[in-house]
Design a protein around this ligand. Structure first.
Ligand code: NDP
Length: 333
C-alpha cells in the first residue's frame, strides 16, 4: 500500500460495536477524512501516554468512534484551501484535539485546520520532529514555565519525575543543556546510566523522594517538572524551596493531588499547569524553535526508537505499563 489517493491510505482505527472497543488496520478513501482545509501526507507520528490509553480502548481520550488515534504528526502539505501553506511545505501538528476529537496521526493522510500547523524548523528533519513529539514539546513548555517563574540554573537542583519516560527524558536533556543541575527520579534504577547520559547530575529512586508526611518538608528543589501527579506531585510541592516553581504535566502515577495550601502561602511556591493541546500559537512556535536550537539532536536520537504502524497496539500496552524508555516514533510511509 503506497497511500496514493486512488489506492486509499492505511490507518489504525479505533472502532466500537457490540463486541466492545478495538483497534483495526483499515484502508480508507480520502472521503473518510474529517472536513478541514488542509490535506497532509503524514510521514511520522509518535507514541505518547495518551495514545497508549486511546489505542488500548481506555475511556476518556477518544470522544467518538470510529476514530484514528495519534495526538501528533509531521508531514508534507498536499493541498491547503486557506492558502496559508503551499503544497510540499513541511509541517508539524501536536494537540488541538487530533487523535482525540478528530482523526489523528496514525494514518498516511490527515485533514486538519491550517491554523493548527507549525512549520518544521529549519535544519531539522521530520523524524526529529516526532522524536520530540507531544512529549518533548510538553517538556519544553515545562522548562519555559519554570523560567517564567524565575527558576534559573544557579538557583539549585531541579527535580524531574518519571524521568525515563518521554516527557521526563526530554526534560532532563533540555534542562541539562540549559545548564540546570538535574536530579532525575525514576522507578527504574537500572536506567541510571541512561539518565546520566542525558545529563542528569543525580538519580534518585521513586521511593527515595521526600515522603509527604507533613504539609511542608525540608526545602530542596528550586524547580520541579512532574509527569507523575498524585503523591509524587504533592511531595514535590512540599519540598520545593521558597519562591520555587513546579510544572505539572501529567498523571502517570495518579490524578489526585493530596496537598495543602502551605507551600503556596508560606513559601510562595508556584504550581504551573502545562497543557500542550491548547498552547497558543506564538508560544508553540517559540517552543519548537527553541527545541531545534537547544535540544542536542544526537542526544535525542539516542532516546528514540522507530516502529511501523502495525506495532502500535503492542507498544500501547508497553507505555501504559511504564516499560517504554524515551521516545517512540511511528513510521507511516
Ligand atoms: P511515559 O509513559 O513515557 O512516561 C511516564 C513515566 O512516569 C514512566 O516512564 C515512569 O517513569 C513514570 N511512571 C509510570 N507509572 C508510574 C507510577 N505508577 N508511579 C510513578 N511513576 C510512574 O509517558 P509520557 O512521558 O508520554 O507522558 C507522561 C505523562 O505526561 C502522562 O500522564 C501524560 O498523559 C502526560 N502528558 C501531558 C501532556 C500535557 O499537555 N499536559 C502532554 C504529554 C504527556 P520512570 O520509569 O522513570 O519511573
Amino acid at each position: 500500500m503506497t497511500g496514493n489517493a486512488d489506492e486509499g491510505f492505511r490507518a489504525l482505527r479505533m472502532v466500537k460495536d457490540d463486541g466492545g472497543i478495538r483497534a483495526e488496520f483499515q484502508t480508507l478513501p480520502l472521503s473518510a477524512l474529517p472536513d478541514a482545509d488542509t490535506l497532509v501526507q503524514v510521514q511520522y507520528s509518535s507514541l505518547n501516554y495518551k495514545d497508549g490509553l486511546a489505542v488500548s480502548g481506555k475511556p476518556g481520550v477518544l470522544r467518538g468512534y470510529p476514530m484514528t488515534p495519534g495526538i501528533d504528526l509531521v508531514g508534507r502539505v498536499m493541498s491547503c484551501e486557506s492558502g496559508q501553506w503551499q503544497p510540499g511545505d513541511a509541517v508539524i501538528l501536536t494537540g488541538w484535539g487530533i487523535g482525540e476529537r478528530t482523526d489523528g496521526g496514525y494514518a498516511q493522510r490527515a485533514r486538519v485546520r491550517s491554523e493548527w500547523l507549525v512549520p518544521l524548523p529549519a535544519g531539522t528533519t521530520p523524524q526529529w520532529a516526532m522524536s520530540v513529539g507531544t512529549a518533548g514539546f510538553t517538556a519544553m513548555l515545562a522548562v519555559m514555565a519554570l523560567e517564567d517563574h524565575g527558576v534559573t540554573p544557579d538557583g539549585g537542583e531541579v527535580l524531574v519525575t518519571g524521568a525515563v519516560g518521554g516527557v521526563g527524558s526530554t526534560a532532563v536533556a533540555l534542562l541539562a543543556a540549559a545548564g540546570f543541575t538535574v536530579t532525575a527520579s525514576t522507578g527504574r534504577p537500572a536506567e541510571a546510566d541512561y539518565l546520566r547520559s542525558l545529563g542528569a547530575a543525580q538519580i534518585i529512586g521513586r521511593e527515595d523522594l521526600p515522603a509527604l508526611k507533613r504539609p511542608l518538608e525540608k526545602e530542596r528543589w528550586a524547580g520541579v517538572i512532574d509527569s507523575v501527579g498524585g503523591a509524587t506531585l504533592a511531595g514535590a510541592l512540599a519540598s520545593t524551596r521558597t519562591h520555587g516553581a513546579v510544572a505539572a504535566c501529567g498523571l502517570a502515577g495518579g490524578s489526585d493531588l493530596p496537598t495543602s495550601v502551605f507551600p503556596f502561602i508560606l513559601r510562595s511556591v508556584t504550581l504551573a499547569g502545562i497543557d500542550s493541546v491548547t498552547c497558543p500559537m506564538p508560544r508553540r512556535r517559540a517552543a519548537w524553535e527553541r527545541l531545534a536550537r537547544d535540544l542536542p539532536a544526537a542526544r535525542l536520537e539516542e532516546v528514540t526508537q522507530i516502529h511501523p504502524l502495525t506495532e502500535v497496539p503492542a507498544l500501547a500496552q508497553q507505555i501504559l505499563a511504564g516499560q517504554v524508555r524515551g521516545r517512540v516514533v511511528i513510521e507511516l510511509e
